[in-house]
Design a protein around this ligand. Sequence first.
Ligand SMILES: Cc1cc2nc3c(=O)[nH]c(=O)nc-3n(C[C@H](O)[C@H](O)[C@H](O)COP(=O)(O)OP(=O)(O)OC[C@H]3O[C@@H](n4cnc5c(N)ncnc54)[C@H](O)[C@@H]3O)c2cc1C
Length: 308
Amino acid sequence: MRQPAWPYGDALRDALGARARVNEPLAPHTTFRIGGPADLLVEARTIDELVECVRLARQFGVPVFVLGNGSNLLVRDGGIRGLVIENHCDAVGLDETGAARARLQVESGARLPGVANRWARQGWSGLEWAMGVPGTIGGAIVGNAGAHGSCIADNLLVVSVLDAAGVVRELPKTELEFGYRTSRFKRAKDEIVLRAEFELVRDEPAACLARMNAYAAHRRRTQPTEASVGSMFKNPPGDYAGRLIEQAGMKGARVGGVEVSPLHANFFVNRGGATANDVLRLIEIVRARVRDKFGVELELEIEVVGEN
Ligand SMILES: Cc1cc2nc3c(=O)[nH]c(=O)nc-3n(C[C@H](O)[C@H](O)[C@H](O)COP(=O)(O)OP(=O)(O)OC[C@H]3O[C@@H](n4cnc5c(N)ncnc54)[C@H](O)[C@@H]3O)c2cc1C
């Protein structure tokens, strides 16, 4: 693995001081446990800190990558150049807007399962589906995460973003270009989600809990527990990527340390020591087999980032 030179001068490292970690391996920061180092990594715990880090990096001409929980990412083996900001901003507040409705304001680094669980237990319904989605609110909005027939866009009202010019703006849902596992943020890479507001509705805590438990039980039955990034490919229209991969005989296929899960064919699992190159090779093998057998071109649901 190449140890990259740092071409940006000392100003950013000096400004971030002891907060910045140099050549930080990213594998432990992803659920796949794969990936080379970030040139610099800093953890942001408040929105002020997050905004300050982005502004400093931009001021000194250093590329910025905002990392949520790393649960939808394959980081290539050469890692990510520039500054990686790991988002831990997780303040949450709830305003009741009537007997049956509330507005939930959440910072973008809050973990989705924790948020869903906390409010469902208090009888605020709307995010129960997200119990098993191990990402942050920000990452979920970027990819319009969803499960069990629901998605993050359903209850979302408005987000606040730091835009490319460094200005904080409020964007209503109508401007977020949500689609199947996509949003405007897939295109507008220099906009950073800071906060989001959701509408929740009153229900019995026991009913919310029962839904969450049923979803969790379904996941335990159908999804592997080894290190993964969830679904590797999007479902093609009218079909399931997992069904196509399974029918193409690819369950259990392996390259190096990565394997197509024998339990769920759309999950690739890290059996230990997998590299990003192993995963990229297995992706191409699976795609070719599905293309040859069914004439379907599978599209990645995960995002591949960084350098070889
Ligand atoms: C076991 C397992 C089960 C899963 N099940 C599901 C499922 O049922 N449904 C589903 O949709 N997904 C699922 N996923 C995938 C994943 O959890 C979601 O895509 C999740 O929303 C990703 O969030 P994250 O914080 O981990 O984002 P990351 O992987 O850290 O980042 C993803 C992208 O979002 C960007 N990003 C993150 N935060 C911000 C921000 N604040 N502002 C701007 N850009 C940002 C990153 O730069 C990157 O481009 C699963 C994953 C695993 C491992």
